[in-house]
Design a protein around this ligand. Structure first.
Ligand SMILES: C[S@@+](CC[C@H](N)C(=O)[O-])C[C@H]1O[C@@H](n2cnc3c(N)ncnc32)[C@H](O)[C@@H]1O
Length: 202
């Protein structure tokens, strides 16, 4: 059985007890650099996941005798590894343990419900902003190319009245949550790893 374990937003306090137990009992941990580094007391083998997805799946399928856990940030099925693994590993071999997504985390922090939320991502693609911004409540995971500033420019180009919330380094010591108008956000020079919430009513 292969475990795919959501670690939560980053601070290890947010890992579920089940996730923690499964990690502890694993022979091999597979994950991105940041995620592997966060599991400090692991005694088994660690394999870094980068753009080697095909090789990783081959490794998993060839090592069914080992207890393998793939660790993922947030929830594996919210813009994570879950989709790829579920398409490439037999369902009977896959045990997915959900984690607290960075999206859930930011909504808790700003006390806004997630009802009717439109979830999307700018990772490796240019979003269709006409469609994205037609929603009243949006949360976007972002990459270095299309982040808070680009999103704010798109809002202003459409003359929309929106509040923007940027959550950087969520759950870490250097967490920063900024709430403002698109104009306010455009004044800020740089953003670290972040999610962006856009609200019609706040
Ligand atoms: C590949 S996606 C993974 C999302 C993850 N599966 C989740 O549920 O949070 C990576 C993006 O998630 C967001 N993200 C993940 N962890 C974060 C954190 N601790 N603080 C801010 N943004 C985070 C960032 O937009 C980052 O670029």
């Amino acid at each position: 059985m292969i475990n795919v374990i959501g670690l939560g937003p980053g601070n290890t306090d947010y890992i579920t007890k089940l996730g923690e137990k499964l990690i502890k009992n694993s022979d091999v941990l597979i994950g991105g650099k940041r995620n592997l580094e966060s599991i400090t007391d692991f005694k088994g083998e660690k394999i870094e996941l980068a753009s080697n997805l095909k090789e990783i799946v081959e490794y998993i399928n060839n090592n069914k005798n080992k207890q393998i856990s793939v660790i993922a940030s947030g929830d594996p099925f919210i813009y994570g590894i879950g989709r790829y693994l579920s398409k490439n590993i037999e369902a009977k071999d896959l045990n997915v343990v959900s984690g607290i997504s960075s999206l859930q985390y930011i909504f808790s922090k700003v006390h806004v419900d997630m009802n009717d939320l439109y979830i999307t991502s700018s990772h490796g693609k240019t979003p269709d902003f006409d469609y994205v911004l037609s929603h009243k409540k949006i949360c976007m995971v972002t990459d270095k190319i299309i982040g808070p500033k680009q999103i704010c420019k798109e809002i202003l180009e459409r003359d929309l009245n929106r509040t923007v919330i940027v959550g950087e380094n969520l759950s870490y010591d250097n967490e920063k949550i900024t709430i403002g108008s698109p104009e306010d956000i455009l004044q800020i020079d740089n953003f670290d790893m972040c999610v962006v919430v856009v609200l019609e009513d706040y």
